[in-house]
Ligand binder design. Structure first.
Ligand code: NAP
Length: 512
């Protein structure tokens, strides 16, 4: 860390977020020999999603041996699909093992950042009022970190307890309460079976049913863990097996959505096996193609919905009153607690008033019709800002850690090339960004996510564009990001008073 003339701490790289993305970036920076960086996170612990989400039953629905860093295999996973707390512990250990801990600045959210075109650096302001500057900012703030609070009339009038699944209120048990759950997505399907046996009554408000498959989870036996420990090659082979098994699904999601009808039959069978009542079964059957929304995995959700203390309410919500929820048919159901399982603002990940680029452009305003970036990582007009899990880097079929690691490699290469070429700043050319997105949107057109007949958080609520998913194999994204393609960027060389490298590499990008 350096301190500028006006006493403001300066870092070469500032990373925002200490989840998979931010920690992975920090580890790779250290391994590349970079020491002048800090990792800010507004939370008091590391783990990002896996620190914040503490609802009962929180777990990953991607196999743990793939949902982990390639450079930090964990032979000790205790379940095939690890619970959230185990993943958080894994990330904590990674931070310690790879020497990231001294770089962490926890409990420090970044409130605002402004690009200074004259100085060629970012000015940052944290939530406590402290200021910093940085040459480069890497934003690993998570695509699913801002809770979506539904605009349901009267929600603020409710006199009981009300919380979002991401901000679970553990202060008071739900035992013996009348509970209303709004939403039947990936989070609700995990916590509903956990709370159902404890509550007196549960009203589950479902707007759109989800396709649900059996969850092939099981404990990893001590013997298997021992093998993985002693034979790292075996664990690598296991990971590769998982990788290709999940990767094959891209063919159905993105290339031949018709294949989804075959897979849909497994979900229909699962529903038939677990729900005997034909009326309830009909209410739980989606009317869109399998895969259009995120496919959910659970063996316990349907049995919970069929329990005698649960009512599935599908008539829609008219309003929330002081003591309960009124459905569209005019019936009021009392509730002591309302739990919002209503997801995240995935299509609007950056709030307005937070990130200001060249000429003071507000990224939140620029993205009002949906986010857009180059390779999901850089945005024209926002020099030296790299986003991890930015627009169209999410996956419907496999582990996002694969995408994160591709982007991290791209950023590390960018820093290396900038250093070698004596560059102070890089800004992706608008035409490169446009061409990338035009191609991306063409490829998304025929996919099940766009054409499967559903409304999902993958599509932007205003523009309808798919702004979240990568429409191909993860190895294709890796090929796109394996080298930092300086040609796609406008560049600015270091000022003459800054020590120039002995050999300045010629770059093709124009200066600005
Ligand atoms: P979600 O999948 O977006 O589900 C939100 C639910 O709330 C949907 O059922 C939605 O209905 C409903 N909803 C939203 N607004 C509503 C309103 N105004 N009135 C009534 N219902 C409303 O959110 P999530 O369950 O939190 O999951 C989000 C994502 O997080 C997942 O897709 C997944 O990527 C990730 N996640 C992953 C795991 C994991 O195991 N790895 C676990 C949890 C979450 P509609 O369907 O009609 O919109």
């Amino acid at each position: 860390m350096a301190v500028s003339g006006n006493g403001i701490p300066h870092h070469r790289v500032v990373i925002i977020g200490a989840g998979f993305a931010g920690l992975g970036m920090a580890v790779r920076l250290r391994q590349a020999g970079e020491t002048d960086f800090v990792v800010f996170d507004k939370e008091s612990g590391v783990g990002g999603t896996w620190w914040v989400n503490r609802y009962p039953g929180c777990a990953c629905d991607v196999e743990s041996h793939l949902y982990s860093f390639s450079f930090a295999p964990n032979p000790g996973w205790r379940r095939m699909f690890a619970p959230g707390a185990e993943i958080q512990t894994y990330l904590q250990r990674c931070a310690e093992r790879f020497g990231v801990t001294p770089h962490l600045r926890l409990g420090t959210g970044i409130r605002r950042m402004d690009w200074d075109d004259n100085a060629g650096l970012w000015h940052l302001l944290d939530e406590h009022g402290a200021r910093y500057t940085a040459n480069v900012v890497v934003a690993g703030m998570g695509a699913l970190s801002v809770p979506h609070y539904p605009e349901i009339p009267g929600l603020e009038r409710f006199q009981g307890r009300l919380f979002h699944s991401q901000q679970w209120d553990h202060s008071q048990p739900l035992d013996d309460e009348r509970v209303a759950v709004i939403g039947t997505g990936a989070s609700a399907i995990q916590f509903v079976p956990e709370i159902q046996p404890r509550v007196r009554h549960l009203d589950l408000y479902q707007r759109t049913p989800a396709w649900v498959l059996p969850r092939p989870d099981r404990p990893v036996s001590p013997r298997e863990r021992n093998w993985f420990q002693r034979l790292p090659a075996l664990q690598r082979a296991w990971r590769w097996g998982l990788y290709w098994m999940l990767e094959a699904r891209v063919l159905a999601f993105a290339k031949f959505p018709g294949l989804m009808r075959l897979l849909q039959r497994s979900a229909e069978r699962h529903l038939r096996r677990q729900v005997a009542d034909p009326r309830l079964r009909r209410a739980l059957t989606p009317d869109y193609l399998f895969g259009c929304k995120r496919i959910l995995l659970s063996d316990t959700f349907y049995p919970a919905v069929t329990a005698p203390n649960v009512d599935l309410v599908t008539t829609g919500i008219r309003e929330v009153g002081e003591h309960g929820i009124v459905s569209r048919d005019g019936r009021e159901r009392p509730a002591d607690t309302i739990i919002l399982g209503t997801g995240f603002r995935a299509a609007d990940p950056i709030p307005k008033g937070m990130i200001f680029g060249r000429r003071g452009v507000d990224l939140g305003v620029l993205w009002k019709d949906g986010p857009q970036a180059y390779k999901g990582t850089t945005v024209s007009g926002f020099p030296n800002l790299f986003m991890l899990l930015g627009p169209n880097t999410g996956l419907g079929h496999s582990s996002v850690v694969l995408m994160i690691e591709s982007q991290i490699a791209y950023v590390v290469d960018a820093l290396r090339r900038m250093g070698r070429a004596g560059l102070r700043a890089v800004d992706v050319k608008p035409e490169a960004q446009q061409a990338w997105n035009a191609r991306l949107q063409r490829r998304l057109q025929g996919t099940v996510w766009n054409a499967g007949g559903c409304r999902s958080w993958y599509l932007h609520p205003v523009s309808g564009r798919n702004v979240t998913l990568w429409p191909g194999f993860t190895w294709q994204f890796r090929l796109h990001t394996r080298r930092f393609d300086l040609r796609a960027y406008r560049t600015r060389h270091r000022d003459a008073d800054v020590a120039a490298p002995a050999t300045r590499i010629a770059v093709s990008g124009e200066e600005w």
